[in-house]
Design a protein around this ligand. Structure first.
Ligand code: GLA
Length: 729
């Protein structure tokens, strides 16, 4: 039983071989956080949380005469609101008397095998109840009758705990939740570096690390999507921690909408971490008896460095977040026509590209934007999901049949959540988009967002999509979404319920995706949002791969893929070999390096094959063959970051490893004259095993400690090499 409750000490202990999470009910009232970190086998708590009178500015709860106890100082699991804890809390609610103070006091708990589903929300899961145990703790404000249920699941064999929270109105009057976060973790220290992933379009997930700051700091999205500017991820690492060594706590929010992650370092150098739906533009009325379920947060603790933390996320997401037929299937190499044709294509052009792609070994042909309505530019037709017969003169089915006859699978691009003002759909339903009646609405890439919080809107789009999918044998869908919410309002919704819209939109989208992916289990779905504008853990539950960035430049991608790998495994990161000069930044990079970087993920091409030299086509053919032979290792092996490309734009290196051997990917970005030689050290090998590498037999301990010289034979910018090694058995 990996969760115990000690009735004398009133302590909960969640544990497995790797991790312990301990909480205590103090004064019979408050659920406090005692310890989170490396496994403690027997906990006697030689010294308990100090009680010192700081009552002038850290008030004592009325029920307690003991001046040493203040909510402002102690470490908590479910901090309330306006109750003497001046830090931010888990909940804020407005009650029928117009006031907001909330105090969450212990009520009861339950321990159950397995892990219950979160209704309507994406979440990690178990296949067998033996895999995990769940603790549900009820806390309640006895005056307000707001009950908060904290849910904790600990996996038996992973260093993973998941947390989520639900809020129930047990009073006789309606209340409004202004803040209903998913998790609070209080730490007794502020000795942390904060690792986060800020970015922008085509520059997503730029690794950023700095010492934690005093006071309250947050990373967040107010976009109605997790967004390009931040990832709902944070890691708190010991300042000495690197990829190979040291302690780190990783937190990832399993949600695709507005989020807020805050760190708050208090005057006593304690750190509060809060994660949940952003309170921005959020208000959830709860009538008597109603509940609100907040999404899940995944917590990973690791004592041996950032790579191991990432591998725990990778394994969890591959095995217990992704679902469906493709979860464990090697993913096909695709070609996408976007950067070759943009909107300017016809059947003949597409078929020529498909022929040339087939000759190289491509397996899936993807038709991107522009096949529907009158879509010859990005100003029109979103919502009109009817084939453009001027471009595809014989119809979509005819094109798909021809592609299939060539031995290729066929994929199609959709952007179901968007509508163009210049569309038949908009003419018929001018109030179906997210907007406020009578108030101007901003445009983003000439488009508006369909109001997926409304069932009739979802149903209409579902019908348009299924009309195509039921009649045309499509093997893959690229689901795009590339503008964010503004002026949020939903026509027809009661004024008291308007602030539910952004979250109802997400619930509507999740419901749509569940229905669509269940109805078409043989379609491989790729998540896209103008690149990685919604590449988050929530989406992984519905779509097992994502477009990593619209930026396909190899050097930029090296960085984006490096940071993306903090949370997501390479199989989920779609990466394409594209043109040089690159269409996003104009950089010229040799084919070898473009291919090397793309082959570190889920491979595709975005290349005009008519304009490649014969020599390059021959290289591509060999590369695709090589990728097919190694993709099992790349997509399902263990992944290690070896060298950080953000360090002075000097080098980047990755390693893939399984029990048969591995691969080393090395890029020298900007070399120097009289350059220092680089001896690259591998990770994760068996010290006493022998590996065949560069025609030599070397021990794991030599490769991990002495390493191998990597850059002696490289000359010029952006050079790379790929080395294979085999374990000798
Ligand atoms: C988005 C996607 C691109 C492409 C274009 C088409 O930006 O990220 O890959 O599909 O839309 O308009």
């Amino acid at each position: 039983m990996p969760i115990t409750y000690d009735t004398t000490k009133k302590q909960f202990h969640l544990f497995n071989d790797q991790v312990s999470y301990i909480m205590e009910i103090v004064e019979d009232l408050y659920l406090t956080q005692v310890y989170y970190g490396q496994r403690i086998t027997s906990f006697n708590q030689s010294s308990s949380f100090p009680r010192i009178d700081r009552s002038s500015f850290s008030p004592n709860p009325q029920q307690l005469s003991n001046k040493g106890f203040s909510l402002n100082v102690c470490l908590q699991e479910a901090p309330g609101y306006n109750n003497g804890d001046y830090r931010d809390g888990l909940v804020a609610a407005t009650y029928s008397d117009g006031t907001k103070a909330t105090n969450l006091l212990n009520q009861d708990y339950r321990i159950i095998p397995g892990k219950p589903k979160l209704d309507g929300l994406p979440a990690t899961y178990v296949v067998d109840d033996q895999e995990a145990t769940t603790l549900l703790i009820n806390l309640s404000d006895p005056y307000r009758h707001l009950t908060v249920t904290l849910s904790y699941t600990i996996y038996e064999k992973r260093s993973v705990i998941t947390k989520s929270t639900s809020f129930t109105n047990d009073s006789k009057t309606t209340l409004t939740l202004n803040r209903a976060l998913s998790a609070c973790v209080d730490f007794p220290t502020a000795e942390f570096d904060v690792i986060q992933m800020p970015g922008d379009w085509a520059r997503e997930k730029q690794l950023h690390r700095q010492t934690i700051m005093p006071g309250l700091h947050s990373l967040e999205s107010k976009r109605g999507a997790s967004g390009v500017a931040q990832q709902p991820f944070i890691a708190l690492a010991d300042p000495k921690t690197d990829d190979k060594n040291g302690e780190v706590y990783g937190f990832h929010f399993v949600y695709s909408g507005n989020f807020k992650i805050s760190t708050e370092v208090d005057p006593w150098q304690q750190t509060r971490l809060l994660i949940g739906i952003n309170p921005f533009n959020f208000g959830w009325t709860l009538k008597p008896g109603e509940s609100f379920q907040a999404p899940e947060v995944v917590l990973v603790y690791e004592k041996n460095g950032l790579n191991r933390m990432s591998q725990t996320f990778h394994n969890l997401y591959r095995e217990r977040l992704a679902r469906g037929k493709f979860q464990y299937e090697e993913r096909p190499i695709l070609i996408n026509n976007w950067e070759t044709t943009y909107f300017d294509f016809n059947e003949a052009k597409l078929l020529t590209l498909a022929d040339d792609a087939k000759k190289l070994g491509v397996e899936l042909f993807v038709l991107d934007d522009g096949w529907f309505g009158k879509r010859n530019s990005d100003t029109t037709s979103l919502g009109d999901w009817f084939v453009n017969s001027k471009k595809l003169t014989h119809g979509l089915k005819h094109l798909v049949d021809q592609i299939h006859n060539k031995g290729l699978k066929f994929g199609l691009w959709f952007k179901p959540e968007m509508v163009s003002e210049a569309s038949d759909l908009f003419k018929e339903h001018p109030d179906w988009h997210i907007h406020i009646d009578g108030y101007p609405t901003s445009l983003g890439r000439n488009q508006l967002i369909l109001d997926f919080s409304r069932k009739e809107v979802r149903d209409a789009i579902f019908e348009r999509m299924t009309k195509i999918l039921d009649t045309v044998p499509i093997d893959y869908i690229k689901w795009d979404m590339n503008r964010n919410m503004t002026e949020v309002g939903s026509i027809g919704r009661d004024s008291k319920e308007q602030l539910k819209t952004s979250h109802l939109y997400m619930l509507g989208l999740y419901e749509f995706l569940e229905k669509l992916t269940t109805r078409y289990p043989n379609i491989l779905f790729e998540n896209c949002s103008g690149g990685a504008g919604r590449f988050d853990a929530g989406m992984v539950y519905y779509m097992p791969q994502s477009w990593t960035s619209d930026n396909t430049d190899a050097v930029e991608r090296l960085k984006i893929q490096y940071s993306t790998s903090f949370m997501f495994p390479p199989i989920m990161m779609c990466s394409h070999i594209s043109e040089s000069p690159n269409h996003q930044i104009g950089r010229q990079t040799n084919l070898n390096t473009r291919a090397t970087v793309a082959m570190a993920g889920n491979l595709g091409l975005m290349l005009d094959l008519k304009h490649q030299t014969d020599a390059d086509l021959a290289i591509l053919k060999e590369d695709l063959q090589w990728y097919k032979e190694h993709r099992n290792l790349i997509q399902f092996g263990n992944f290690y970051r070896l060298l950080n490309p953000y360090d002075h734009d000097r080098y980047g290196a990755f390693e893939f490893l399984n029990e048969d051997g591995g691969l080393i990917y090395f890029v020298e970005i900007l070399p120097q004259a009289s350059k220092p030689w680089l001896r690259l050290k591998l990770q994760g090998l068996e010290a006493n095993s022998l590996y065949e590498i560069n025609h030599q037999k070397l021990s794991g301990s030599e490769l991990m400690n002495y390493g191998i010289y990597m850059n002696t034979d490289l000359f010029g910018d952006f050079q790379s090499k790929l080395i294979e090694f085999k374990k000798i058995k």
